[in-house]
Design a binder for this molecule. Structure first.
Ligand SMILES: Cc1cc2nc3c(=O)[nH]c(=O)nc-3n(C[C@H](O)[C@H](O)[C@H](O)COP(=O)(O)OP(=O)(O)OC[C@H]3O[C@@H](n4cnc5c(N)ncnc54)[C@H](O)[C@@H]3O)c2cc1C
Length: 419
């Protein structure tokens, strides 16, 4: 008899799992809380080959339209000069560019918008998802791919804390067409870093509107990690009407005075071209940075994946790749134990928990200097926390390839290994 699965969360993690399970004969339905097509989500992302391998496993053809290849990284000092550089080929893409083909590959009548999970019930025969509109669905397996603030995780592991790392990521994108010619010539198309003590920014090109990768139609994406204590975070997350947004303030509600202060600070710490890029960004926004580790990634007939299970800091640029690999591990475990869901989920748990734990530890190591700015008086900081790591090391270690991180590479299944 056909096995049935319900997936909560229709973002990248949910869609990777949905397509993989469907491919192996499962009857899958996806339930997504938001009401609109998610394709408008506009974040740039660094891609690892391992994620493309999972897309190929699903049957998608990955070609050069998936992103923009950058071949070299540079550190810029405060005066705008290059101090260090390194050859490192990476594909820079956009969240929507990965989402669209995964969504198009899945039957639209089995993807349901406006469905917010609230409760679950499970017994020996199956598991039931109960939604905010009162509707219920039953299946053999329930997958929580509902992100960093996962309802599913809070239902099965209510005490797992989201640990604030002590810094936020200001982010923004600028249309290539909006670049003044001189600024375009100076910086567009390169992978740049600015690393003054206590701050960290990375800038790279990503596909533009409608996932365009043609010259003139791309965007520059920047991510600035900046230490902020919890009182300041609360203030930044409070809109002009005085309303506090605990789960992240929508970009359009961030107060103009907070944005102006951030821009002024950029001029104080970064190269002139970086500060100018931030000045011409129309709607900067920020996300607080957290660590999250689940004690297990399953309970009964429920499995967690992606950010719902583990969240590592963005310095690895691996969140979407991890979501893809988790889905792939789940598919492997279900294939290996076709008649026994309990054994399959126990089998799924081991690599995903190890991978997640090691990823979180590496994210903490990469972000230790930023974190210490808020959490430790200078006199108590270790050598590693006192300064950024040497620039040549920093260029190598941030967003390194999975295959170059031995403690992660050894956990990859054979099909997950990079080409
Ligand atoms: C500053 C920053 C930079 C980053 N840069 C990169 C990068 O360069 N490369 C990279 O790979 N990753 C990056 N990431 C990480 C990446 O964004 C996440 O790891 C990835 O989006 C996780 O995917 P997911 O599907 O697990 O969760 P999400 O993308 O968060 O999706 C969860 C989905 O579940 C839905 N949902 C939530 N609750 C419910 C509910 N109760 N019922 C139904 N649906 C629900 C949500 O609406 C959402 O669509 C970055 C993250 C940050 C913060």
């Amino acid at each position: 008899m056909t096995k049935t699965a319900i997936i909560i969360g229709g973002s990248l993690g949910g869609l990777f799992a949905a397509n993989l399970l469907r491919m192996t004969g499962w009857d899958v339905n996806v339930y997504e809380r938001t009401g609109d097509d998610l394709v408008a989500r506009g974040a740039g992302i660094v891609i690892h080959d391992d994620m493309f391998n999972v897309m190929r496993r699903i049957g998608l053809v990955v070609d050069e339209t998936y992103g923009i290849e950058v071949r070299r990284r540079y550190v810029l000092d405060k005066s705008g000069d290059i101090t260090d550089e390194l050859d490192a080929i990476r594909i820079m893409s956009a969240w929507a560019r990965i989402y669209q083909p995964l969504k198009d590959h899945f039957p639209p009548d089995q993807y349901h918008f406006n469905k917010s999970l609230e409760q679950i019930e499970q017994d020996a025969e199956g598991v039931t998802a109960i939604f905010a509109d009162g509707s219920r669905c039953r299946a053999d397996l329930l997958i929580g791919a509902d992100g960093i603030r996962s309802t599913m995780r809070s239902l099965i592991f209510p005490d797992v804390p989201l640990k604030y790392a002590g810094y936020i990521a200001w982010r923004g994108m600028v249309e290539e067409a909006d670049f003044p010619p001189q600024l375009h010539a100076q910086m567009f198309g390169h992978h740049l870093y600015g690393v003054p003590e206590g701050d960290f920014i990375t800038i790279y090109p990503v596909p533009g509107k409608n996932n365009e990768v043609r010259a003139g139609h791309r965007r520059a994406n920047w991510v600035w990690h900046h230490p902020v204590d919890s009182g300041t975070l609360r203030d930044l997350s409070t809109d002009a009407t005085g309303k506090y947004h605990n789960y992240g303030i929508p970009p359009q509600l961030i107060r103009p005075d907070a944005v102006a202060k951030m821009r002024t600070l950029a001029h104080g710490v970064y190269a002139p071209q970086i500060a100018q890029l931030i000045d011409i960004t129309r709607q900067p926004f920020f996300q607080a940075i957290f660590d999250l580790e689940s004690p297990r990634v399953y309970s009964g007939r429920v499995a967690l994946l992606g950010d719902a299970a583990f969240v590592a800091r963005p310095h690895l640029a691996m969140g979407t790749t991890k979501a893809a690999l988790d889905a792939s591990f789940l598919c492997d475990a279900l294939l290996a134990e076709p008649g026994d869901l309990a054994r399959a989920l126990a089998r799924y748990d081991e690599p995903v928990r190890k991978f997640g734990t090691r990823l979180v530890a590496r994210g903490r190591w990469l972000g230790a200097h930023l974190e210490a700015q808020i959490t430790k008086p200078r006199a108590q900081r270790t050598e590693h926390e006192l300064h950024h790591m040497p620039h040549d090391m920093l260029l190598r270690e941030f967003s390194a390839r999975l295959e170059d991180i031995p403690e992660l590479a050894e956990l990859l299944p054979p099909h997950g290994k990079s080409d």
